[in-house]
Design a protein around this ligand. Structure first.
Ligand SMILES: [Zn+2]
Length: 465
């Protein structure tokens, strides 16, 4: 099948220009103009921006946290993603049973995602204990499964100790694998959570106080030094939220540390801890790290504009508000019992387009770089994904910048019963989404079907070069 996208304004990570796209089968065949229209389906994109499909490299579909499951599975979560212009995800695996092989969760995630996801998907592996066997399994999984990135946690039950983090980084450096890390100082957070709950301070507004920005900064700093000691191991800091952590990143950049990638998420750029003031509504935004202050938000926008931060992702991990977050046995009476996580996979691209590009905080190429191209370079999917180039998968999103849209929970196409962006006025709206040459979203309606997504074996990250 041939398709021609005509008269659009194309946006890549480096330029914006008028042009047509010729699609043959699942791939972009050519970019230019004057293509022969005989037998082709022609889509008129006049007045629209045409971007590579957005790529979200930080989601948690089907996440099992023991006492609660995230509400979106690989079907509903990827439908939401598609409706928001995201055509590829790389999902972070949950922890498996204690002492399990690293293969355990790889198999479990294929079981959850294969035949269910509607857009193309990959997985990040996860470490929950470090032994010679698990270090070896990391290399095997990278080779056989194309899972070329693994996550480590510096907090939570399966956090790694410094000696373990160092061993993982060394092994990853040798194998050219990226280590993604959740940076927060565990000891201080544990103490503060106990301190606040024992003092009767159990409302949502104490959540950010129990996880101060300097806890993140301390852990970011420690991880940067551990990676440098391991020979500039490829290190990717997930969901950076605060200006103190950002200062540590800036220092490492100034010292030209190699192989360092940094991500923030939509919510840290657009929302603040004022959301926690309402004891009920505040539970919607219980996530870790927590939302920060206006000054943090502004610092992060500055870091997007000047290139210090590489990627905007979501950490999409919604729990049902009424049934999980706000119930008595969970968050209603104690923020420490509220499952951590919020929706965002559908909202990201249009919130970033409206708040970032339309408000003049970042250019359109920079938006494309942060949401589409750079995630693929970081995680070994470029140029198959995230690029408007001949030979790339024809994953495209068309945006109408003239349309205004007030986002509410009723717009959510996944299973979440709320959005953190309730009532946000978005300048610009999604017109069409194509996945490998096929229209999968039109008029905010999903037109694809369960299982249309394909598993992506990923290659080497630019961080590992
Ligand atoms: Zn996460």
């Amino acid at each position: 099948m041939r398709t021609i996208i005509k008269n659009g304004t194309l946006a890549t990570a480096s330029e914006v220009f008028r042009g047509d796209i010729l699609i043959e089968g699942e791939k972009i065949a050519a970019i230019g103009g004057g293509f022969d229209e005989t037998g082709a389906e022609v889509i008129d994109a006049a007045g629209k921006y045409v971007l590579p499909g957005a790529v979200d490299v930080h989601t948690h579909m089907d996440l099992d946290v023991g006492f609660a499951w995230a509400i979106d599975d690989f079907y509903t979560g990827t439908v939401a993603a598609a409706c928001g212009g995201t055509t590829t995800i790389v999902d972070h695996m949950a922890f498996g049973p204690k002492n399990c092989s690293l293969w355990h969760q790889v198999k479990e995630y294929h079981r959850l995602a294969d035949g269910n996801a509607v857009i193309d998907y990959g997985f990040h592996g996860v470490f929950q204990h470090v032994t010679p066997e698990t270090l070896e399994e990391m290399k095997e999984i990278a080779e056989k499964e194309g899972i070329t990135s693994f996550k480590v946690y510096m907090t939570y039950d399966y956090m790694l100790q410094d000696d373990e983090l160092y061993q993982v980084l060394k092994a990853a450096r040798e194998a050219g694998i990226v280590i993604a890390v959740h940076c927060e100082n565990h000891g201080v957070i544990q103490y503060l959570r106990k301190y606040y709950t024992e003092s009767g301070c159990t409302q949502a507004k104490y959540h950010p106080l129990s996880r101060p920005s300097r806890c993140e900064a301390e852990a970011v700093n420690r991880m940067i030094h551990l990676a440098a000691m391991a020979g500039d191991a490829p290190l990717y800091i997930v969901h950076l939220s605060g200006k103190e952590g950002l200062a540590e990143v800036r220092k490492a950049r100034a010292e030209h540390q190699k192989g360092l990638g940094v991500e923030t998420c939509t919510q840290y750029l657009t929302l603040t801890d004022a959301m926690y003031e309402d004891p009920q509504e505040g539970l919607k935004a219980i996530m870790s790290p927590p939302l920060r202050k206006d000054a943090d938000r502004e610092a992060l926008w500055g870091a997007l504009a000047d290139g210090t931060i590489d990627v905007v992702a979501t950490d999409h991990c919604p729990f049902h508000f009424k049934k999980k977050k706000a119930e008595k046995q969970y968050g209603a009476e104690d923020f420490t019992k509220c499952p951590n996580g919020a929706p965002g996979v559908q909202e990201r691209l249009m919130v970033m387009f409206s708040e970032g590009f339309m408000k003049g905080r970042i250019s359109l190429p920079r938006l494309v770089e942060l949401c589409c191209t750079s995630p693929c370079r970081m995680y070994g999917m470029y140029p198959r994904k995230g690029a408007l180039l001949p030979g790339a998968d024809a994953d495209l999103v068309l945006i109408d910048p003239e349309k205004e849209h007030v986002f509410t929970a009723s717009d959510i196409r996944g299973d979440s019963d709320y959005t953190c962006y309730e009532g946000m006025k978005l300048q610009g709206d999604i017109d069409l989404v194509l996945q490998r040459g096929r229209v999968i979203v039109k008029d905010h309606t999903f037109l694809g079907s369960r299982g249309d997504g394909r598993y992506l074996k990923r290659g080497k990250s630019v961080l590992a070069e």
